[in-house]
Design a protein around this ligand. Structure first.
Ligand code: CLR
Length: 380
């Protein structure tokens, strides 16, 4: 199996702990073989790894075409988001649990005249872990802002991850008008746990609701459904419907139902290709992703992710788990002390790039918290 024999009992213990508990997995101690040297603050960069498709949204000539392009770009980021650890590290792994205020900056240089893309990520909560991100292509008037957290549970041998949070894409048109696209996130099912080789399958559905009234509903299926292939999806793009209001919390009944005639339907896999019903190719992610570029560790601030976790990551990468766990404890103890000091001085931690809004007015009912990007002002 995939579990090293020396770590078998600690894996069994870990799996038992997951099974008997639901909520925040980040605190559970896992055996070394399942640890990733990458912090969760790096994960929002997956949104940016198809810069040409992102930029192309702004060049869509009509509302309908832009809705299709947003949908195409979104689906094209899924492979990076959900299979990268398997491709690079052999299986899904447990990411490093970010500290409050941890930062991750990056950019994608302008390659084919589609403009530079930049990324700002901040860990805005530690308990529960919440990560906020901001991605911008200034020259195209495109901004993607969002935050994410997870609720996990265990069912029939799999970890079920409900993603909390959503992303909002805004497009400033040359006319001065602004369009928004509210993007919700799929549910994850992590299988292969017993064998120690976890991998993600997406399930249920997510949607992209635009201020133009267009709505895309993306349904996710594993083996044995639409095409019989794992990582399958079906995306239906609906024209504006009377009475439909786009909100982050739009309940499924509020969404267009499959019985409604969709304007476009695409089917395929989010790790390969897909086609529209007409036979026209829709997505193709068989080509390479464009990885984010990050400043040299030496020039990073102490709160920047790769700098902060440098020694822990080195320990994990080289198999020196004593180093990894010693350095991890150092970071965690320093954090605990900081929280105590802040409490004593009555001066809570201040976020650097995001403002916390208690409940998002975009939501109906307005219950979900939001984190709004405030720029770099606080940094200078
Ligand atoms: C974070 C937001 C990204 C997409 C994404 C991909 C993988 C998810 C991750 C999110 C959240 C944390 C996650 C991870 C897969 C495994 C990991 C759910 C949603 C959990 C905490 C670790 C479980 C441990 C097993 C691998 C044993 O846009």
């Amino acid at each position: 199996g995939a579990v090293p024999s020396s770590q078998r009992s600690s894996w069994t213990q870990f799996v038992k702990a997951i099974a008997s508990f639901s909520g925040d997995l980040s605190n559970l101690t896992a055996p070394p073989f399942i640890l990733s040297p990458v912090s969760l603050t790096e994960y929002p960069s997956y949104w940016g790894e198809r810069p040409a498709l992102f930029a192309a949204i702004a060049d869509g000539p009509t509302e309908e075409e832009r809705q299709l392009r947003v949908t195409r770009w979104f689906i094209s980021t899924l492979k990076g988001q959900y299979t990268t650890r398997n491709d690079q590290l052999g299986s899904e792994k447990k990411p490093l649990n970010p500290t409050l205020g941890e930062l991750f900056y990056g950019h994608w240089p302008d390659v084919h005249g589609s403009g530079e893309q930049s990324l700002v990520v901040e860990q805005v909560s530690h308990h529960p872990p919440i990560t906020a991100y901001f991605i911008e292509n200034k020259s195209k008037g495109l901004v993607l802002q969002g935050h994410n957290a997870q609720k996990t549970s265990f069912s029939a041998g799999a970890i079920i991850v409900k993603q909390i949070g959503h992303a909002i894409l805004t497009l400033d048109l040359p006319s001065g008008a602004q369009e928004t696209y509210l993007i919700t996130l799929p549910r994850l099912r992590i299988d292969g746990i017993w064998y120690g080789s976890p991998y993600i399958e997406l399930s249920d559905s997510s949607h992209i609701a635009s201020s133009t009234g267009f709505v895309s509903v993306i349904e996710y299926k594993g083996k044995g459904y639409f095409s019989g292939k794992s990582h399958s999806f079906k995306a239906s793009v609906y024209p504006p419907l009377p009475g439909f209001v786009a909100t982050a919390k739009a309940d499924p009944e509020n969404l267009p139902q499959p019985s409604t005639t969709a304007k476009y339907v695409a089917e395929g896999t989010w790790v390969g290709t897909s086609k529209l019903k007409t036979g026209v190719p829709f997505t193709d992610v068989t080509g390479p992703r464009v990885e984010v570029q990050v400043a040299d560790i030496e020039t990073q601030d102490e709160y920047e992710s790769r700098r902060l976790w440098r020694e822990v990551a080195r320990g994990i990468r080289t198999g020196d788990f004593e180093l990894a766990s010693r350095e991890k404890s150092k970071i965690e103890n320093a954090e605990r002390q900081k929280r105590k000091d802040e409490l004593a001085a009555n001066s809570p931690w201040k976020l650097k790039h995001f403002e916390h809004i208690d409940s998002d007015p975009e939501c109906l009912p307005p219950t979900e918290d939001a984190y709004v990007y405030t720029g770099f002002l606080a940094k200078q």
